[in-house]
Design a protein around this ligand. Structure first.
Ligand code: ADP
Ligand code: ZN
Length: 619
């Protein structure tokens, strides 16, 4: 049996070294201390509790909010030869009894439990009769009442500290502003815990934000040109939009499935399982989908509506590329989104302060969209982290040009001002632009707006340009959406300085082809490229993996991750000892699948030779 953390990492998991703060967290827990771990998605949080659970006597209890996820975690551990099980509401009583027996007789290294389950008397009594090595509280931000994933059951977890003061506890999350972190520490009674905060940067994700035009066409082009056959997630704001978009993509031959809270539970579970198990499924979803989705090879996350906050956006995009390989975050947004979000806020429940808080979050998101500097800088600044321009986002790759928009802004602001002052009227974006451009629409004529002094003063700019100006004025808080929710635009405190010519405004110029369409696409080129024979060998291994996964009813990545298959395709091992040191092959997997892998490689080599023979004979 292994003795040090490094031994376990290598022998059981097949990895050669620790990442980031993993080792420090493991040490703390191994010595009986508590820890609060903030690591971005894909940072490797699981090992932080799995390894100490293997090293300490007793069973590690993992609190995890998602039932669908437990199964994959347990499958993956079982493949590694680790004794793991879960308890949740999907099991029949016989299975539950059996798992309980295994726990009580000390056979389990890890036991996953849903929080509501854990807090039942039956479960607490069972735990009291066995030996516990540690408690791991995954997705710990669920305890935060301000966050979007709040789960009331999580509040009950402070009980663990009281009942088992001597058992080390670790809380883990991929999302936390300083405020959320303080809340986690306080509510879970982890004030004494060591904090391990990693950089939140996800360097393998390429960030891109485009202007919304015909969004379904744009989305389709993005998927077809850059992600044909890839797994991805498309986020929409409403259930209707999810259904429409999924149907549209499916019609276009993309393997797309819907997911939202309006579907019945069975359908949701089925779609989620297909997303996890099959390759190349595109999940079109509301934000109800995703927390804890641990599929490592999601290659893109697309948003076709403006997310409500930067924190939510970062978390959603973080579901791409957990395996560390290149992935894309793509967002399309337009003026309409901003107006719609503000309307939703004004209609939402809660007091004025709550609504103001929500509106500020939208504004921060809008500012990120309209920024002329590095997107990643903007994102990470939101989490209190400073970085240099990243070189791996659309604004870094093709810095937007700027232009002096002072006069345009003055025209727009004064149109809003005059309508209100002279006529006591307020209007939305479309009508304001019509007035500026001097369009004699029915609405213009019936209101006699052609007699306004600002009528037609903006005919030099296109519709698209005016929309861009409007968005940027919103982003800079020089105008705002009327808080009564009529979708009309009003001036703010800060508008005056621009109107009076005391402040110059540099605006971002939208390129007509859509931001940087040519330069910033196809991040695939950067993937550790497999070519020719290696690529064909990889495909052979992949179909072998698909077959094994099907036979065992588990997700493909549970058998081996792409990185492992890629290494094999490149190295073409001929004997078992050649498998040593290939990432992701521990002792148990080598024993179970080593020979099959070698057979795959050998068969590929032979077929390759046979194909080469005739041409060799010609020489
Ligand atoms: P998180 O829960 O933080 O999102 P995971 O624990 O799922 O991340 O780990 C992400 C991926 O990285 C997994 O495929 C995992 O096996 C892999 N991984 C974790 N730690 C290491 C390591 N030290 N070396 C190599 N791969 C690792
Ligand atoms: Zn950048």
């Amino acid at each position: 049996m292994s003795h040090t953390a490094l031994d376990v990492l290598q022998d059981v998991f097949g990895y050669d070294s620790f990442r980031g703060k993993q080792y420090d967290v493991i040490q703390t827990l191994q010595q009986g201390g508590d820890a609060l771990v903030l690591m971005p998605t894909g940072g490797g949080k699981s090992l932080c509790y799995q390894i100490p659970a293997l090293l300490r006597p007793g069973t590690g209890i993992v609190v995890s909010p998602l039932i669908a996820l437990m199964q994959d975690q347990v499958d993956a551990l079982t493949e590694l030869g680790v004794q793991a099980a879960y308890l949740n509401s999907t099991q029949d009583w016989q299975t539950v009894r059996e798992v309980e027996r295994e726990f009580l007789t000390g056979q389990l290294d890890l036991l996953y439990v849903a929080p509501e389950r854990l807090l039942t008397d039956r479960c607490l009594n069972m735990l009291a009769r066995g030996q516990i090595s540690l408690f791991a509280i995954d997705e710990a931000h669920c305890v935060s009442q301000w966050g979007h994933d709040f789960r009331p059951e999580y509040l009950g977890l402070s009980l663990l500290a009281q009942r088992w003061p001597e058992v080390p506890r670790v809380a883990l999350t991929a999302t936390a502003t300083a405020q959320t972190r303080a809340e986690i520490a306080q509510r879970l009674q982890l004030e004494q815990a060591e904090h391990y905060v990693s950089s939140f940067d996800r360097p393998n994700i390429f960030y891109r934000i485009v202007e919304k035009k015909e969004v379904r066409r744009q989305l389709l082009a993005f998927i077809q040109q850059e992600h044909a056959g890839d797994a991805g997630i498309v986020y929409c704001l409403s259930r209707n939009r999810v259904d429409e978009t999924a149907a549209f993509l499916a019609e276009q031959g993309i393997h797309a499935l819907p997911y939202h809270a309006g579907l019945d539970a069975a359908q949701r579970a089925r779609n989620q399982t297909r997303f996890l198990r099959e390759e190349g499924v595109v999940m079109v979803a509301t934000i109800a989908f995703g927390m804890g989705v641990n599929k490592p090879d999601v290659r893109f996350v697309a948003h076709i509506d403006l997310p409500k906050s930067v924190e939510g956006y970062y978390q959603e995009t973080g579901r791409a590329g957990r395996d560390g390989e290149p992935a894309n975050a793509w967002l399309a947004y337009g003026l309409q989104d901003v107006v719609q979000l503000h309307r939703m806020i004004s209609e939402s429940a809660g007091d004025e302060m709550h609504r103001r808080n929500l509106a500020q979050q939208v504004d921060a998101m809008l500012a990120l969209c309209e920024t002329t500097s590095c997107r990643r800088q903007g994102l990470l600044a939101y989490f209190g982290q400073q970085i240099d321009a990243c070189g791996h986002c659309d604004t870094c790759v093709e810095p937007p040009e700027s232009w002096d928009g002072t006069i345009a802004a003055q025209k727009l602001l004064s149109a809003i001002f005059r309508l209100w002052r002279e006529r006591g009227q307020r209007f939305g974006a479309g009508h304001l632009i019509d007035i500026l451009q001097g369009k004699r629409t029915e609405r213009v004529l019936s209101n006699q707006h052609e007699t306004l002094s600002v009528f037609g003063v903006g005919s030099d700019l296109s519709d698209q340009m005016w929309r861009s100006v409007l968005r940027q004025l919103l982003a800079q808080n020089l105008i705002e959406v009327d808080s009564e929710g009529h979708r009309t635009l009003v001036l703010t405190e800060t508008s005056r300085a621009v109107l009076k010519g005391e402040r110059r405004l540099l605006l971002r110029r939208e390129s007509s082809s859509g931001p940087a369409a040519h330069k910033v696409k196809s991040q695939r080129a950067q993937e550790p490229a497999l070519e020719g024979e290696d690529l064909r060998c990889f495909e052979v291994l992949r179909s072998w993996r698909a077959q094994v996964a099907r036979e065992q009813g588990v997700a493909a990545f549970v058998i081996f991750q792409n990185a492992t298959l890629r290494a094999i395709a490149q190295q073409r091992p001929a004997q078992l000892s050649d498998l040593d040191g290939i990432t992701g092959i521990g002792a148990h997997k080598r024993e179970t699948y080593g020979q099959a892998l070698l057979d795959c490689v050998a068969a590929f080599q032979k077929q390759n030779q046979d194909q080469l023979m005739p041409s060799a004979a010609l020489e």
